[in-house]
Design a protein around this ligand. Structure first.
Ligand code: ADP
Ligand code: MG
Length: 257
C-alpha cells in the first residue's frame, strides 16, 4: 500500500495542493490529469519523498515516508521526473545504469541495462553520448533507467511524470504498454498524463486535479465527462465512448467565446 492522505503543500502562504488523497495499489495504474500548474508534479514529488508536504502524510508499507532510508525507498519506488538535465557527457548505458542498485552484481546490472534499452526500443544506443540524442530518445533512456531501478527493487512502484510528453505515437503506446506490463507483474503505477484519451485508455483510476484540489476520481468512464472537461480546462467538448472507454475528439472541443 502506498497512499497520500490529505496532502497540503504551501509555498509562501499559497496552497499549491489542498487536501489531496491518492492511493496506489499493486497491479493498478492511476493517472493524474489536470491543467498546467494544477499541482500534478508537486503531488508526484511528494509521493516520491522528494518534497515534504506541509500537511497530511504519505504512507508506504504502513510506514510514514519520512521514516524511510533513501536506499530502502529506492528499492520500493522509481521516479521519472518531468524534466532531467544531464550536464556531463555520459554514455546512454551509464545513464541507464544509474537506476541499478549497489546490491545488484555488475554483470547482472549490465544485463538489466541492455534489457531495459531493448524494452524502450533503443537496443543499439548504449554507446551513444546521451546529450546527442533527440528529446524523445533521451526521454526513453530515462524511462529505461527507471525500469532498471524498478527491476532491481522489490515489487517497486513507478512514479512517472509525463513519461510520453515528447514521444511519437508508437513510442507513447510502447511506454503505456511497459507501464501496463509492470502493473501486471505486480507493481503499482502512478503517471501524470496530459492526453485524456491515452489516460482513459491506460488507467484503472483517474484523478483530476485543479488548483491543487482533487475535483474528481474514479474509473475513466466516470471521470471523463463533458462537465469535467469544462471544469478542468474551461473547454466545451463532447465526450464519446467506445466499448473500451470514453474518448474526446479535439474537433468537438471549443474554447469559450
Ligand atoms: P503541474 O505539474 O500540474 O503543471 P506543478 O505541480 O509543477 O504543476 O506546479 C503547481 C503550481 O505550483 C504552479 O503554479 C507552480 O508555479 C507552483 N510551484 C511549484 N513549486 C513551487 C515553488 N517551489 N515555489 C513557487 N511556486 C511553486
Ligand atoms: Mg508538471
Amino acid at each position: 500500500m502506498y497512499a497520500a492522505r490529505a496532502i497540503r503543500y504551501e509555498v509562501r502562504g499559497r496552497a499549491i495542493l489542498d487536501g489531496v488523497d491518492l492511493r496506489l495499489t499493486p497491479g493498478k495504474i492511476v493517472a493524474v490529469v489536470g491543467p498546467n500548474g494544477a499541482g500534478k508534479s508537486t503531488l508526484l514529488k511528494i509521493m516520491a519523498g522528494e518534497r515534504r508536504a506541509t500537511g497530511g502524510n504519505v504512507l508506504l508499507d504502513d510506514r510514514d515516508l519520512t521514516e524511510w532510508k533513501p536506499a530502502d525507498l529506492a528499492r520500493r519506488r522509481a521516479v521519472l521526473p518531468q524534466s532531467i538535465e544531464v550536464v556531463f557527457p555520459f554514455l546512454v548505458s551509464e545513464v541507464v545504469a544509474l537506476g541499478s542498485s549497489q546490491r545488484v552484481p555488475r554483470s547482472e546490472a549490465a544485463a538489466l541495462v541492455s534489457r531495459a534499452l531493448s524494452a524502450v526500443d533503443l537496443a543499439d544506443f548504449g554507446r551513444r553520448v546521451y546529450g546527442t540524442l533527440s528529446g524523445g530518445e533521451q526521454q526513453r533512456v530515462q524511462f529505461a533507467r527507471v525500469l532498471v531501478q524498478a527491476w532491481s527493487g522489490e515489487g517497486a512502484y513507478l512514479l512517472l511524470d509525463e513519461p510520453n510528453a515528447s514521444l511519437d505515437l508508437s513510442h507513447q503506446l510502447l511506454i503505456l504498454r511497459l507501464a501496463r506490463t509492470h502493473a501486471e507483474s505486480g507493481g503499482g503505477v502512478l503517471m501524470v498524463l496530459h492526453d485524456l484519451n491515452l489516460a482513459a485508455m491506460v488507467a484503472d483510476e483517474l484523478i483530476a486535479l485543479k488548483d491543487g484540489c482533487r475535483i474528481a476520481a474514479g474509473p475513466p468512464e466516470h471521470v471523463i465527462t463533458d462537465q469535467l472537461i469544462a471544469a478542468l480546462y474551461g473547454v466545451h467538448a463532447s465526450v464519446r465512448g467506445v466499448p473500451d472507454g470514453p474518448f474526446i475528439l479535439p474537433q468537438t472541443a471549443r474554447l469559450p467565446a
